[in-house]
Design a protein. Sequence first.
Length: 608
Amino acid sequence: MATESFFSNASLAYLASAGAGKDGKTYSIKPTDGSGDFTFSRGSNLAATRVGPTGLIEKGRENLLVQSNQFDTTPWQGPNGAVATGGESGYDGTNDAWKLEASIDASGVRVQQGFTQSGVSTLSIYAKEGTTNWIRLEFGGASSIVYFDLTEGAGDVGTELNAIGKIEDVGGGWFRCSAINTSGSTPSQARFHLASADGDISVTAGTNVYIQDSQAEIGLAATDYIESGATTGKAGLLEDEPRFDYSGGATCPSLLLEPSRTNLIGQSEYFGDNSNSSCTIDSNDATSPDGLTTASKVTGSGTDIFIRTRQSVSVPSAGAYIFSLFAKKGNVTKVEIRALTYGGSSGLTEAKFDLEAGTALTTGAFIEDYGNGWYKCSTPVTIDAGDLSGSLSIYAIGSNGSIIYNSNADTNGEYFYTWGWEVEAGSYPTSYIPNHSGGSVTRGADDAYATGLSSSIGQTEGTIYREFIVNATGLTTGRERIAINDGTTSNWIFMGVEDINEIRVFVRMNASAIFNSETSDSPIIAGAVNKLAFGYKSGDIAVYLNGTQIITSSSTYTSPSSPIDDLIISGANYIAGSSGQEISTNTKQVLLFDTRLSNADLTTLTTL
């Protein structure tokens, strides 16, 4: 980190820190009037994740129901004589609960709301017994149903049909009831029924229960309740929110900037519908890397073939891909990822991992520690044009280093855990992209830039400094740059990474290329902090990386008449708002100086 004297002399200082941003903005600490703050964008969905200060993966969350606790208004409907009355004592000490009551003898008395979500999703509601102790949660149109017994002190899950039910006692006779749709069908409605018994939704007039705070969300768990009104409610990591990341156990965050990537695995956390061999899958059996109980236990059943769970995947085109998943040891301590493809020359890719030692046993594979025994295991796969359909599998490995077959040993009771599967195009793994849709999900590229900075940017001379981490080993393509310009392609200065072994700097003034240099003499240290500085002045240009001068030039230039007033800290290009990320990096800090620092200062500033 730069010393206090450098911060004092900087005209702009950006330091990644918790709370230094909101949806669409990330803040500089200097200038103090907000003129140096960065516009931040990523896309229109909640596909991005980060590692939070607790070491857990954090996601964006959304309550897909509207008017989530206003059951007497549109779009809630109460078929067959359902009446909802507010003002009742709630589970949270408020009077925000509702009495749901049948006004006639009928079957199917309920409140319901139109709701569609492909793949796996979860309905939840807080409920308390009234004159009946039963309630039914239903994904209408998907034949996915769970009954719940609301008997105080003895609440329980009743009949489940194409669903996984969970009930949590929250005190005062209240329970949080949740149902996960595993039918494979897309629902048309979220329904909360009165019931007279397990499996029976025929009720008489006056039958009632108490309800509060409904929620529908993608995924395998009911997360903390999010209030919604006329629009859906959102929480957690939002669409255009900067990702202050604490990966690797960091105590201070850095700004995670990544390219757009697509997770091609249709179900990244639910494996109950997988092609499983000689094993059973217990969904929601263990705490996953995001802190929820959504990890699956894979247990050998002792039949005639290997312990394996497999999910089919198709890729859109030939090229380099990364197959990844999270795994945790049970009494099986080694696992193997297999990327099995068909019809082409790429065939079978295998990579083995030791979940006890935390090591990749196959050259070229990646492993990353996520705490609590969890590791993200990844392997690169090259796929040919005639070989675009195949599968991602995880196998149990025995003490002899081979896949566990029943012919090797009795597989009964052999188990491990898995969660978070991903297949993405690229040569290295990026942050986890959750996908419960059954299709694919794309995370947009991170983009951060500031405009109107002419007073902070040296016009005739200056210095650009960046402290960052490149999250890729063996990178051979892609680029990531920090740039200043006047909003055009005529006048700009950039420096950045062209691949893991190459730093590039470029000065273009008055539509003329003044200086363009690349060097691989001092390669970037992958996965570790790097400090890069570019001092520019006509006739006196120098670039320093990690305390060493790597580029120098006496090229001269004439400053442009239009002011250089934009700063882009992410991307492959150099125009604000159109940069696009190609290489995954974590930016820790950025400094601008309106003078060209001395070589001695550049050495001090960049020394690790």
